[in-house]
Design a protein around this ligand. Structure first.
Ligand SMILES: C[S@@+](CC[C@H](N)C(=O)[O-])C[C@H]1O[C@@H](n2cnc3c(N)ncnc32)[C@H](O)[C@@H]1O
Length: 437
């Protein structure tokens, strides 16, 4: 199966970026599969004695889960270079016999199940009239999105089997408007992909983050005492990571255009993080007042992260994408504006990292070559650790520059790479620049 694009124009535009049809096909196929590793970021510094306690707590939590579901223990280990990245090896796909009782869940719920979640009541669209708590059921994700809430008959449109589970509710509890629709509806005892369920485990000290997102902050390489700008910060995964590394004498200024998303970041508040709702394309102003509030004077920041809004086509698993061509084409425009502002705000000698969670050349390599072509005071530099692959061969970058970026391309998991956890990730892109002195 490969990811389905509702717009053929989008499919064709993407295909153009990939000179090799085989590569493109593999990529579209891998995007429908969940990554083989679950990654967590431990929010504590190196040599922290609490780190071991925290790891034991996680291990215990996982053991409770595997014991309760009669599953073997998960293989869990710290990434060899990303020292705060914990990897848990998932298992699958498993061959599971389907049963008669069919539950239809919406697509996002189905995708969450493939990454280890149980089925929450709100995600259930269809269930048989005979459903009772305690029944064993087969769960399917609605790939077409046509299943109406409350459907009782067998759903004949496109659906994806995601595993078997045990119902915690009867049909009448599910679709009765008087009943509270929160909590687990189906406990996934036999999912097609076995992965830990993380919801209860996450805390201020443990966050769920994809490996390339963790690698992105390592690429930025924040140093103690620095003043750092995170231009597209919400929901704050990378902001908190950076704040942990700059220490109490450092400062992270986190901007995001969306007030709703910044509001959700409030819980992450720390002494060394200041958050503002602000359009970062306007964060530069020659006559700025010198306060911590935006806008800022030129050359204010030691380091800048531009984790840009993007088409997010690297997310996995994904079966269906409804993005339109004009939406796809709108991202490079805003990304370029953000990068141009970042260059102005960066101190001479300062570094900035540009990242996206997408796979298009226009939003990745083309942004890098455009920035280099129009800003002679900026050069592309190597990141401290290179975990992702090189740039797409079809791009305009020199062969040396192609090797400086990190393109996380999960289609390469078919190659014989021994560090599969660096490959079997979401699609992601990282480029690091330095401003000349
Ligand atoms: C990829 S997400 C950032 C994720 C975040 N860095 C993290 O690690 O949790 C992109 C963010 O950019 C924000 N955004 C979009 N346009 C913006 C702009 N002009 N200025 C500031 N933020 C913007 C969006 O609201 C969104 O929260």
């Amino acid at each position: 199966m490969i990811i389905h694009f509702s717009s053929d124009d989008v499919y064709q535009a993407l295909k153009l970026s990939y000179s090799n049809d085989e590569h493109f096909k593999k990529l579209l196929e891998v995007l429908t599969l969940p990554p083989l590793y679950t990654t967590l970021r431990i929010n504590s510094v190196d040599n922290d004695p609490d780190n071991n306690i925290l790891l034991e707590e996680i291990q215990l939590h996982l053991q409770k889960q595997t014991d309760a579901l009669c599953r073997p223990e998960y293989n869990m280990f710290i990434h060899p270079v990303l020292k705060d990245c914990l990897l848990i090896q998932n298992r699958g796909p498993k061959t599971i016999d389907v049963v008669d009782k069919e539950i239809i869940v919406d697509l996002s719920c189905g995708m969450a199940v493939l990454r280890g979640a149980h089925v929450f009541k709100v995600g259930i669209m269809g269930a048989p009239m005979s459903l009772r708590a305690g029944d064993v059921v087969s769960v399917y994700a609605d790939l077409d999105g046509h299943c109406l809430k409350g459907t009782a008959t067998c759903y004949s449109n496109q659906k994806l089997f995601v595993g078997n589970g045990v119902a915690h509710v009867s049909r009448s509890d599910l679709f009765n408007s008087q009943t509270l629709q929160s909590g687990i509806g189906i406990l996934m005892t036999h999912p097609v992909y076995e992965a830990p369920s993380l919801a209860e485990m996450l805390s201020v000290r443990i966050s769920s983050q994809n490996l390339p997102s963790i690698a992105c902050v390592y690429a930025l390489d924040p140093q103690e005492g620095e003043i750092i700008l995170d231009m597209c910060a919400a929901p704050g995964g990378k902001t908190t990571h950076i704040a942990g590394l700059v220490g109490d004498k450092g400062l992270v200024i986190a901007l995001d255009k969306s007030s709703q998303r910044v509001k959700k970041m409030e819980t992450l508040k720390k002494k060394n993080i200041e958050m503002y709702v602000f359009d970062s394309t306007k964060a530069w102003c020659p006559g700025a007042d010198g306060s911590n509030r935006p806008p800022y004077s030129p050359e204010t920041f030691d380091r800048i992260l531009v984790d840009a809004p993007c088409s997010a086509l690297g997310q996995r698993p994904c079966y269906k994408n409804e993005i339109l061509l004009n939406q796809l084409r709108s991202y490079p425009v805003i990304q370029n504006q953000l990068l141009k502002t970042a260059v102005k705000l960066l101190k001479p000698g300062g570094v900035m990292v540009y990242s996206t969670c997408t796979i298009t050349k226009e939003e990745n390599e083309d942004q890098v070559s455009r920035l280099l072509a129009t800003n002679p005071q900026i050069k592309l530099i190597h990141t401290p650790y290179k975990l992702g692959g090189d740039a797409l061969p079809t791009c305009d970058l020199s062969s040396e520059d192609k090797s400086k970026v990190q393109r996380f391309d999960p289609s390469f998991l078919y190659s014989d790479d021994k560090d599969l956890y660096n490959v079997d990730t979401i699609g992601f892109f990282i480029a690091k620049f330095q401003k000349l002195k």
